[in-house]
Design a protein around this ligand. Structure first.
Ligand code: 2AM
Length: 188
């Protein structure tokens, strides 16, 4: 009997849309996470990988990448304020994250409209409730008392399509493409 072969379409990788955390904020978060690791353990995210995910696509076939890039390039999405002012811990996935005590509704609206457009275009099976957060530390079992995070605020001026994969140094991320977010028009 002939051996059965299974054809797997070449994959463009595990993709997601995100806002990169600006370097000054990434430095602060990384230093705080490092202090938590020193006390409580866990696996530190590298400083240059810190990001806020807007929409997670998962594995996308290589042949669909050009259409995805064209779709993203055609979107007109506004700049948004981001403010991270608290550390949080999710016991179910052992993640320490930076989040917002009062996220600006514009940030949620950006993620929702991106997800909705990706769903309509067939790149996302379903939209998911958006919980703005930046993962700082993984595999943390007992966080202890978390330090206070001095507010980190900035305006996001671009969004990026990012590819992730597992490397021997933990998760690695590569920007596939980035696009500007639109500045508000001046009042007339
Ligand atoms: P996390 O940091 O909370 O794990 C790359 O893995 C990025 O996509 C991370 O920001 C990760 O969030 C997010 N991500 C991974 N799987 C996801 C899923 N099923 N739904 C939403 N976001 C996901």
């Amino acid at each position: 009997m002939a051996a059965e072969t299974t054809y797997t379409a070449p994959s463009a990788g595990r993709l997601f849309f995100a806002l990169w955390v600006p370097p000054a904020c990434a430095g602060t978060l990384h230093a705080m996470a490092g202090a938590v690791v020193g006390r409580s353990g866990g696996r530190l995210m590298r400083e240059d990988t810190l990001h806020l995910t807007l929409a997670f696509l998962g594995d996308i076939a290589e042949r669909r990448l050009p259409a995805l890039l064209e779709h993203a390039a055609g979107l007109s999405l506004p700049r948004v304020p981001v403010c991270l002012d608290r550390l949080g811990f999710w016991a179910q996935n052992h993640i320490l994250f930076a989040g917002s005590s009062a996220p600006d509704p514009a940030l949620g609206a950006l993620a929702d409209s991106l997800q909705e457009s990706l769903k309509e275009a067939g790149f996302l099976a379903e939209t998911r409730a958006f919980v703005p957060h930046v993962t700082m530390l993984r595999k943390l079992l007992h966080p202890g008392k978390l330090p206070a995070l001095p507010a980190q605020a900035w305006e996001a001026e671009e969004f990026a399509l990012v590819r992730s994969w597992r490397s021997d140094r933990g998760a690695a991320y590569e920007t596939v493409a980035r696009w500007p977010l639109q500045a508000a028009l001046p009042p007339t």
